[in-house]
Design a protein. Structure first.
Length: 236
């Protein structure tokens, strides 16, 4: 452990990243978390502009790290964190589009499982289809934290897509299976955690609704979606 660091994507030396990491697709959201939650945050990564910081939160050493957009991108960063930097827990915080009539802008989704249309799992050559799921202890703790704070949330399946602009969207089909929202990262995070024997959870904030047509701006998503951060830091 540590002999592969720094990596091609993370400029930190081994030991500069905490065992517990909160990740966000937008590196500026990672910067916001460092400034809002961490004491004495130190920048350990700026490779490709994918900001990463380590500091302390209520006396515990915690890192925050950007991961970019899509299953392959978070797959690279989470793999390196789990396997090269000794990270034990990763919580992703990000935005998602609601496909459930009772989920509105600002509501939280705790991704118990992640349906997907990705080939990421093919590398394992399993004799079937793997179901990427969250760590139960993290999921239970997040549910309790959201409940205690009085935040509106749901627990269930998300659909993680490789395609943002789809030529053939299948939203109604996923709705019929009880899927709550659409995002783009959870499966590779969950698969990497399972393969490495580590823990992972994806917490999303609804940024728009494919049911009601509600939308937010990029600036609002970057700066205002802090409830999921509260929950992540409560349980990290």
């Amino acid at each position: 452990m540590g002999e592969n660091t720094p990596t091609p994507h993370i400029g930190a030396k081994y030991g500069e990243i905490a065992e517990s990491v909160i990740m966000a697709g937008d590196p500026l959201r990672a910067k916001l978390m460092a400034e809002r939650f961490l004491e004495n945050p130190v920048l350990y990564n700026n490779v490709r502009g994918m900001l990463g910081y380590t500091g302390t939160y209520k006396g515990k050493r915690v890192s925050v790290q950007g991961h970019g957009m899509g299953i392959p991108s978070i797959g690279i960063y989470s793999y390196e964190l789990f396997n090269f930097y000794g990270v034990k827990t990763i919580i992703r915080v990000g935005s998602a589009g609601s496909i459930h009539e009772d989920l509105h802008i600002g509501d939280l989704v705790l991704a118990m499982g992640a349906c997907h249309n990705s080939n990421y799992g093919d590398q394992y050559q399993l004799p079937g289809h793997y179901a990427p799921i969250a760590d139960f202890d993290l999921l239970r703790a997040a549910s309790n934290a959201a409940e205690k704070r009085g935040y509106s949330y749901k627990v269930g399946n998300v659909f993680s897509s490789d395609v943002f602009y789809s030529d053939n969207p299948a939203t109604e089909k996923w709705q019929k299976m009880g899927v709550l929202a659409i995002e783009m990262e959870a499966p590779s995070l969950y698969m990497n955690a399972a393969r490495a024997g580590k823990r992972a959870l994806c917490i999303c904030t609804i940024s728009d609704s494919l049911v009601t047509g509600e939308v937010t701006t990029a600036e609002e998503r970057q700066n205002n979606f802090t409830k999921m951060m509260d929950v992540a830091f409560d349980i990290i």
